[in-house]
Design a protein around this ligand. Structure first.
Ligand code: FAD
Length: 310
């Protein structure tokens, strides 16, 4: 069996792998797509100490850094079931889609999350060319420009407030007849001079010139009228969904599906840890996922040294 089996090969999983391998532990990493969300990112300007890098480059460096260590990488493999140990100190099991069963003394879950997409024409085509999902990451790229934020929940309204301080103008688009964000956030938003709020609006299209976003179209859900907005950026904030559907019978998840962890990264099951975007960690960012992966790794090590000798 592995000492540590890591499920997920994004920044969190890579950090966990390096930290645990450097303790001399027997480590395996199962990843559906090694690199994770970083593979879908273009410019990265907040990876501290590296002023600028690009997603595919960082993903390749994550993989080569992990491979410098003694780690079994099982790439292009999806985990489908987690069976926690029956008794404390026992072996946990992970079942893969290909039928294989892996056993481990500790598990680190780092399966990340995915942004819910609008599913309208132009959204995929202009991803990273004006369509963005992360205001902390891409907000500064739109300095002085006009943007829309899609979604009037807490994350959408927070994004609109954040962006209003950077860009020229923000249009917040909400599908419902009213915003769903907390009242304090709504009051803050309403006080900003360069924000327009449009409710009962269904986004129908992302428009562009072949190279980048030039606008968007929406339908007024009350009278059916069609409208166009000219702008350079669209931040989609309709939900970040953790990749944890396969875990719901095994460990405690929040109603939103995030893995509940404590300050040490431990889940509701002893010996099973978690890190990164799949968890309750506040803020979902590369450096945060790496820090959390390191925390979970050191906690797994701490757990292992307390197991009775075999
Ligand atoms: P992920 O990167 O999501 O990795 C999850 C891993 O788990 C992947 O390897 C995946 O294949 C695997 N996996 C999932 N389910 C399973 C399963 N059942 N079995 C096996 N493997 C599985 N952050 C920044 O700090 N700066 C930025 O500029 C930035 N830009 C971004 C731009 C875009 C377009 C996106 C989408 C995100 C961006 N982020 C940015 C956020 C950042 O990418 C994430 O916070 C970070 O990647 C989270 O790392 P993670 O390891 O927790 O999860």
């Amino acid at each position: 069996p592995y000492d540590v089996l890591i499920v997920g090969g994004g920044p969190a999983g890579a950090a966990s792998a390096i930290y645990t391998a450097r303790k001399g532990l027997r480590v395996g990493v199962v990843a559906e797509r090694f690199g994770g969300q970083v593979l879908d990112t273009m410019g990265i300007e907040n990876f501290i100490s590296v002023p600028y890098t690009e997603g595919p480059k960082l993903a390749a460096q994550l993989e080569s850094h992990v491979k410098d260590n003694d780690v079994d990488i099982m790439n292009l493999q999806r985990a489908e079931k987690l069976i926690p140990a029956k008794h404390e100190g026992g072996l946990h099991e992970v079942e893969l889609a290909n039928g294989a069963r892996l056993k481990a003394k500790t598990i680190i879950l780092s399966t990340g999350a995915r942004w819910r997409q609008m599913g309208v024409p132009g959204e995929d085509e202009y991803r990273n060319k004006g369509v963005a999902y992360c205001p902390h990451c891409d907000g500064p790229l739109f300095k002085g420009k006009r943007v829309a934020v899609i979604g009037g929940g807490n994350s959408g309204v927070e994004a609109a407030i954040d962006l209003a301080g950077i860009v020229a103008h923000v249009t917040l688009i909400e599908f419902d007849s009213e915003l769903r964000a907390d009242a304090v956030l709504q009051r803050k938003l309403a006080s900003l001079p360069n924000v327009k709020i449009i409710t009962s609006a269904l986004t129908t299209e992302v428009k562009g010139n072949g190279e980048k976003v030039t606008g968007m179209a929406y339908k007024n859900r009350e009278d059916g009228s069609q409208h166009d907005i000219e702008l350079e950026g669209i931040f989609v904030q309709i939900g970040l969904v953790p990749n944890t559907e396969w875990l719901k019978d095994a460990i405690a998840l929040t109603p939103r599906g995030e893995i509940e962890i404590d300050a040490r990264g431990e889940t509701s099951q002893p010996g099973i840890f978690a890190a990164g975007d799949a968890t309750t960690v506040p803020y979902k960012q590369i450096v945060i996922a790496m820090g959390a992966g390191s925390t979970a790794a050191l906690s797994a090590f701490d757990y292992l040294i307390r197991l009775p000798a075999e």
